[in-house]
Design a protein around this ligand. Structure first.
Ligand code: M6R
Length: 615
């Protein structure tokens, strides 16, 4: 959602903050703004639109030299993406500046209270009320900004990360968090606050996780963390394992393209250290073997692309372990009274670890007594912190809004877990597990092969750049691949796209087929000429017979589909369950190329944000 940066130190705060915002812009790009503390005043610059617009403002109207500042990049919730609604918001006396990520649910009541007290509000945001409340709380807090923040936070409902600065307090920045991310970067004579470590990774790799309902006061030489009542809080300090280069484009035109090409390494990194002598060792998994043996049902919950990874996981978990597995959209999960107990294992999959729908689903599961395993890419984020156990995906930072390497690594992580689960429960033979592990270990190479042969896919995007709709069909694990291919195209190329289970086509969607409509078909491996494969070949013919154009993704030696393919895309041979790791990649490239051809911003598609921290 929104991106937040705070800085105190001896560098020019505006430079540090704006560069941090650049790295956080994936979180929201409706507006951007900074507040710099200098000479007993706040220099506030803000502008609707992308960060480039704020840079223009700063070029024409620079802020004074200062080592204290805060900055924000916005994904609009309350109030449109205008200059007036851009953060920071400032108190009436011009002394307190505040930036915010999240939603203050009781803002209407607080706003009414302020209006009744004669306060003049200048924006439609929920955030502005905090600026006025902080200014009002300061006298009773003896002018202590952190104490004023604690007092205000106790009155707020909802999800929020807040960061404040005061005109008369150079060298002080105060932050607070409830349900939204905020990380401290510990520097040498300087300190940082940000929604994501990417904002300060160029300056320090020492990070501190802030817990739920905590307030932090940052000074150049001191970091003080308390709870909302002023009691000192326990924090977890850690080293970030990647560096600034990982958060740059590295010669690619877009982050998405870079991240697509990083997939072989990301998949390998997710496996790294987890396979020893043909067996899986998940030392980091905090569940005992006994606990795992007592699990009688698994529910996977996630959103968007992570949900699609969950759909793939269901096939593997049930096939390998014979434990029933359901997959549920996190936004639906807790509202349908799901049947959960202490023998249910809930797996929450999330790249960012901050998705509010998923977080709320996991909290609900814990309340019902279930254990929760997080599969997550972001170290120190809320979802793994609140789960009973975590498996990190080690994909490295994913900056493009459209998720790519996170998807592949989520699938790999779930497979690693499923095989480990099968190993612990003893319902798989050791040789069988070893054989499967060896196949998974081969996947980075196969993904690499796909990337070496993507040129024809680019050409296909050119052929269909004017299509008004694109369909994707698949069976078994090919079905979630079809859903993912369609999602990619919708979110970055703004094209109508739908993914279907191929067998469902005849139950309705077949009516959409018309002359020239491009239909991607994910064909399962022909190994042993499986029923699945034969059925899929029939489905291709059904599509072709109605004049639609078939773009067939099939194994390198599968010639049985040639007669029915208008275009053929070859993918390396692998077992059915592993096929999503190679079949998804051409669809990602297709969407990326399509968005580029149609002139859209590949990394920052309209209306979207990388991590969705509101429900
Ligand atoms: O960070 P998460 O994995 O929890 O995010 C879930 C979805 O918001 C995310 O996958 C979204 O659908 C992506 N934009 C898809 O490319």
């Amino acid at each position: 959602m929104c991106g937040i940066v705070g800085y105190v130190g001896s560098k020019q705060a505006v430079d540090v903050v704006v560069d941090g915002l650049r790295r956080l812009e994936y979180r929201g790009y409706d507006s951007a703004g900074v507040a710099i503390v200098a000479d007993g005043a706040l220099a506030v610059r803000k502008k609707a639109g992308k960060l480039a617009n704020l840079r223009d403002v700063l070029d024409h109207d620079p802020t004074p030299a200062s080592g204290t500042g805060i900055g924000h990049t916005r994904w609009a919730t309350h109030g449109g993406p205008t200059d007036a609604n851009a953060h920071p918001h400032v108190s009436e006396d011009g002394k307190v500046a505040i930036i915010h990520n999240g939603i203050i649910e009781n803002f209407a009541e607080l706003r009414a209270e302020l209006l009744a007290a004669g306060v003049h509000l200048t924006s439609e945001t929920d955030t502005e009320v905090v600026a006025h409340l902080l200014a009002a709380a300061l006298p009773a807090a003896d002018g202590d900004l952190a104490e004023a923040m604690r007092r205000v936070c106790r009155r707020l409902a909802g999800a929020f990360t807040l960061v404040a600065a005061h005109a008369d307090m150079p060298g002080v920045v105060v932050g607070a968090r409830r349900n939204s991310p905020l990380v401290v970067g510990r520097g040498d004579g300087e300190n940082f606050l940000a929604s994501d470590v990417a904002a300060f990774i160029a300056h320090t790799r020492h990070a501190i996780e802030l817990g739920q309902d905590q307030v932090v006061e940052l000074r150049p030489d001191r970091i003080t963390v308390t709870d909302f009542h002023g009691a000192p809080a326990q924090v977890h300090e850690y080293e970030v394992t990647w560096d600034a280069a990982a958060a740059e484009k590295g010669g690619y035109d877009t982050f998405m393209l870079k991240e697509i090409h990083e997939q072989p390494k990301a998949v390998a990194d997710t496996l790294l250290g987890r396979i020893k002598h043909g067996r899986l060792t998940l030392d980091e998994l905090q569940f005992s073997e006994e606990e795992l043996r007592s699990v009688d049902k698994i529910i996977i919950t996630a959103c968007g692309t992570a949900f699609h990874a969950g759909l793939v996981a269901k096939y593997a978990i049930e096939h390998w372990t014979r434990v029933p597995c359901e997959v549920e959209l996190a936004s639906e999960f807790r509202y349908r009274d799901p049947i959960l107990d202490r023998h249910t294992l809930v797996i929450a999959i999330s790249q960012s670890g901050e998705t509010m729908d998923t977080l709320m689903a996991l909290r609900y599961a814990k309340e019902q007594g279930s254990r929760v395993l997080a599969i997550c890419n972001t170290q120190g984020s809320t979802i793994p912190r609140e789960s009973d156990a975590v498996l990190y995906t080690h994909a490295g930072p994913e900056v493009a809004v459209a998720s790519t390497k996170a998807f592949l690594t989520q699938i790999v992580a779930v497979y690693v877990f499923a095989l480990y689960f099968g190993q612990v429960r003893g319902n798989m033979y050791d040789e069988e597990i070893q054989h499967l592990i060896a196949q998974v270990a081969d996947m980075p190479q196969k993904v690499d092969l796909v990337l070496d042969t993507v040129e024809p896919i680019r050409a296909l995007a050119r052929t269909y750049a004017d299509a008004h709709s694109v369909l994707f069909i698949g069976r078994h694990v090919g079905y979630p691949v079809a859903l993912e291919g369609a999602l990619k195209l919708k979110e970055i190329a703004y094209m109508h796209a739908e993914g279907f289970a191929a067998g469902e086509l005849k139950h309705g969607p077949i009516a959409l087929l018309e002359e020239g409509l491009p239909v991607f078909v994910v064909v399962p491996p022909p190994a042993g000429r499986s029923v699945l494969h034969e059925k899929m070949v029939s489905n291709i013919q059904e599509v072709r017979a109605r004049g639609a154009h078939t773009i067939v993704l099939a194994e390198e030696d599968d010639d049985s589909v040639l007669d029915y393919a208008d275009h053929i895309i070859r993918i390396p041979a692998c077992s059915t369950l592993l096929q999503p790791l190679v079949a998804t990649v051409p669809l990602q490239v297709f969407a990326c190329e399509m968005a580029t051809l149609r002139g859209f911003d590949v990394d920052q598609p309209r209306n979207l944000a990388k991590s969705v921290t509101v429900e």
